[in-house]
Design a protein. Sequence first.
Length: 106
Amino acid sequence: MFEARDVAEAELVKGLLESLGITASVRGDDPWGTRDDSGYTGVAPTVHVVNDADEAAATDVVTAYRERGELPSSPGGDWRCRNCGHESEPQFGACWRCGAERAEDT
């Protein structure tokens, strides 16, 4: 489980995990939950891994995120779309320009 500062960070970590093939869910993300005058809900949103077998890998990802304060990048460098030639960052599995899926060898 990852306890986030806010809903945006929880969704960011969930998206990071899912981009690496780890299914996760966010709990406590109700933006209209109980709040005091400052907007504090008293309950931090949390990210949970759906499959127990993914827990160790998810812990490694979250640890890297916490230590660096940034998202770890996917292995490899930028890749070029075989369909249109557009260059994309390594974390994307499809071309931003034409939507073609990333080839396995790029």
